[in-house]
Design a protein around this ligand. Structure first.
Ligand SMILES: Cc1ncc(COP(=O)(O)O)c(C=O)c1O
Length: 411
């Protein structure tokens, strides 16, 4: 179904903004998405109507806040096909999800010196730096799955690098730089067939843009952030298989995550509370539920289809600028709505600044929290335009025409 983008755009206050009389062209969605009124209103509703701590009060407002917070877990579980809300841990963001995984498995003595962690060459720092730290802490070894020439994941290399030493394979489902989509279901099958390793998925750039189903993938863990999918900042998700989460050590210790506390020992609460210590981001969690409602109404298939169309259009139009070079797969089935590029000898930050100054086009520039891969393509960094379902071909025209002028002026 074709999306009524113009109608949807009315839901987003930031899309109504103008600077110097010209509209904002927001192409920095991989960094964070804009928020619709329903999400903003839901967060305000908590503060206005039932501003209370959860799971602690017998009073009406606390009961309502607790119910709404639990409901957001339930909606998230359904949205990604988890078995139940017990498998949905609310964290601050995807980054905290990876840290939970690392610290919690560590505390349970899961890793031994010489064990291997396997990630790909296109990971975000969130799925790289924790495993580097683990090497120092536990003497584990970090290994990398290579990419094919078109920036897709090399499945043969993945298979070849698995061994009895591999304890965890953690792969992005959609790259925030080179735009590749990884067939994580196939990767998971390879991992499970050829090793005993856990399989984790970085879904920060996939859950907001594609239909994702954890049971279909077969993964053990999957992380993503609310703020990249219309929801508030300060809330993110770690999905984990219930039977594994049950066995794992908590990540943080204190209130809410306990069942019983004695002077010298404690026992842990049921899932997901076992991993949600202290007062959580209540307002943000509740409003995240409204973001999921919105995405479901629009339809994840429709979102994917629209983004494919505008990405195709953008890639075609980029060809009009001979100095521009785009990095990423050409096949639309194998990529998401991210266009990572350079333009001649222009510095990527100058491109971003000029686009903003010239025509209110917001893009990102630099290393994109994935320095090893970006640096290997251009040591000075790259520019990135990233789309969401509310972007239009007209906005891409503004971006391309503006980029043409910038390249022409500074050549
Ligand atoms: C692929 C990928 N993984 C992980 C993250 C980390 O997300 P957050 O900063 O919300 O923790 C990002 C954020 O840009 C990302 O693009």
């Amino acid at each position: 179904m074709a999306l009524n983008v113009e109608k949807l755009r009315n839901d987003f206050p930031c899309l109504q903004k103008k600077f110097d009389g010209k509209p904002l062209v927001y192409l920095d969605n991989a960094a964070t998405s804009l928020k619709p009124n329903s999400v903003i209103d839901k967060e305000a509703e908590y503060y206005k109507e039932y501003c209370a701590n959860i799971h602690r009060g017998m009073h009406k407002m606390s009961e309502q806040a607790s119910r709404e917070f639990e409901l957001a877990h339930e909606k998230t579980a359904k949205f990604i096909g988890a078995k139940s809300e017990k498998e949905i841990i609310f964290m601050r963001n995807a980054t905290e999800g990876f840290n939970l995984l690392m610290y919690s498995l560590c505390a349970g003595d899961f890793f031994k010196p010489g064990d291997e962690i396997l990630v790909s060459r296109m990971e975000h720092h969130a799925n790289l730096v924790p495993w580097q730290f683990l090497q120092q802490m536990k003497g584990t070894k970090l290994n990398f799955v290579e990419l094919n020439e078109d920036f897709t994941l090399n499945m043969d290399d993945l298979k070849g690098k698995l061994s009895s030493k591999t304890k965890l394979v953690s792969l992005t489902q959609a790259s925030n730089t080179v735009s590749s989509i990884v067939d994580v279901k196939k990767a998971c099958e390879i991992v499970k067939k050829n090793s005993q390793a856990y399989f984790a998925v970085d879904a920060a750039q996939s859950v907001p843009h594609l239909p994702v189903n954890v049971r279909d993938i077969g993964c053990d863990f999957l992380m993503f952030s609310s703020h990249k999918m219309l929801g508030p900042t300060g809330i993110g998700v770690l999905y984990g298989k219930e039977e594994i989460l049950e066995k794992m050590q908590p990540f943080m210790y204190g209130g809410d995550m306990i069942k019983e506390v004695k002077w010298n020992s404690s026992s842990w609460n049921e899932l997901p509370s076992k991993f949600e210590a202290g007062t959580p981001a209540i307002a943000q969690g509740i409003a995240f539920g409204a973001a999921i409602d919105y995405l479901q109404k629009v339809g994840m298939q429709n979102i994917r289809q629209h983004e494919k169309e505008i990405t195709k259009y953008a890639l075609e139009r980029m060809k009009e600028i001979p100095q521009a070079k785009v990095y990423g797969p050409r096949d639309l089935e194998k990529r998401n709505g991210i266009v990572l590029f350079e333009a001649g000898k222009l510095d990527c930050h100058d491109i971003a600044l000029a686009l903003d100054e010239h025509s209110n086009v917001a893009v990102r520039s630099g290393m994109h929290c994935a320095q090893p891969i970006v640096e290997s393509l251009n040591p000075k960094g790259l520019a990135r335009a990233s789309f969401y379902f509310y972007n239009t071909k007209q906005e891409i025209d503004v971006f391309i025409e503006s980029l043409k002028e910038i390249v022409g002026t500074f050549k």
